[in-house]
Design a protein around this ligand. Structure first.
Ligand SMILES: CC/C=C\C/C=C\C/C=C\C/C=C/C(=O)SCCNC(=O)CCNC(=O)[C@H](O)C(C)(C)COP(=O)(O)OP(=O)(O)OC[C@H]1O[C@@H](n2cnc3c(N)ncnc32)[C@H](O)[C@@H]1OP(=O)(O)O
Length: 241
């Protein structure tokens, strides 16, 4: 990913990712590694500008495009791994959860689902992605407290699989993970993976319209917009301090 300054997902970038995923799906790949070309930031999640004082039509398109990306990512036949070379809050974390394996570079980085701190809530399919990786009880506490884990905590709780010394090491560990499937028939691997992930995939496929409606309702709530205003201000003012 290379969308400076923070690899945030806006509508256009989501379309680019969808197109890339469509393109790679046609190829006979062994696996895919997601990483960032931006030092210290894997992805800062959704672009807050998309849902602070939004245009309604664009907001609906935006969430529908978020759904497209994650339906495709969760469903990829081949192995997926994330070399997390920096912060991965919110949708940055969700992106890594869509992969089967996560190696995170050691450093003063945070990963987790902090949506509640913005006054928004995680959708059921995102919750399912989290509790398929870490236990339900930890998921509930992490989501309700908007917990961002440091690298050691993330390993301890199982949110990441390994700690890497740098980006290259993280990518190598991802490659090693992908090589594990060299002798496994692709079809069996893909079907097993898709069955294991059927909860978020099913919710995404069968409740798309309802999910968009809930997203729009939550985001357009005046108190949520007030929270987002404060959050955007806080992000802007960080630099001035
Ligand atoms: C039933 C369900 C119904 C409804 C559901 C509702 C919602 C859907 C739920 C969940 C989906 C996911 C949501 C999200 O992803 S929301 C986004 C959350 N992201 C964050 O909170 C991260 C915010 N950013 C940071 O904390 C820091 O930037 C970070 C630690 C990542 C990096 O810090 P660093 O000091 O290295 O850089 P900064 O100077 O802070 O940032 C650089 C630059 O980037 C801008 N920035 C950062 N993050 C965002 C963002 N998410 N959106 C837009 N812009 C962002 C930041 O302002 C700086 O800009 P500039 O000053 O112009 O350089």
């Amino acid at each position: 990913m290379q969308r400076p300054p923070a690899n945030t997902f806006n509508l256009e970038y989501l379309h680019e990712i969808t197109n890339s995923l469509d393109e790679i799906s046609k190829q006979k790949l062994k696996g895919v590694i997601l990483t960032s070309a931006i030092p210290n930031i894997f992805s800062a999640g959704l672009d807050i500008k998309e849902f602070y004082k939004p245009d309604l039509q664009r907001l609906e398109n935006f969430w529908s495009s978020v759904q497209d990306v994650f339906i495709k990512l969760l469903d990829l036949d081949f192995a997926t791994a994330a070399a997390i070379n920096g912060h991965a809050p919110a949708a940055g974390c969700v992106l890594s959860l869509s992969c089967e394996y996560r190696a995170m570079v050691n450093g003063n980085y945070k990963i987790g689902l902090n949506e509640a701190a913005l006054g928004i809530i995680t959708t059921p399919w995102i919750q399912a992605m989290m509790y398929q990786v870490i236990p339900m009880k930890h998921t509930e506490t992490a989501l309700t407290t908007a917990k961002l884990f440091d690298v050691d905590e993330a390993l301890q709780i199982g949110l990441i699989d390994e700690i890497a010394s740098n980006k290259e090491d993280a990518i190598n560990r991802c490659k090693q993970y992908i090589r594990k499937f060299d002798k496994i028939p692709l079809h069996a691997r893909a079907l097993t993976k898709q069955r294991m992930r059927q909860t978020p995939i099913k919710i995404l496929r069968e409740q798309r319209d309802e999910d968009i409606r809930m997203f729009v309702d939550v985001v357009m709530n005046p108190s949520v917009q007030d929270n987002l205003k404060d959050y955007v201000e806080k992000l802007k003012n960080k630099k001035k301090k």
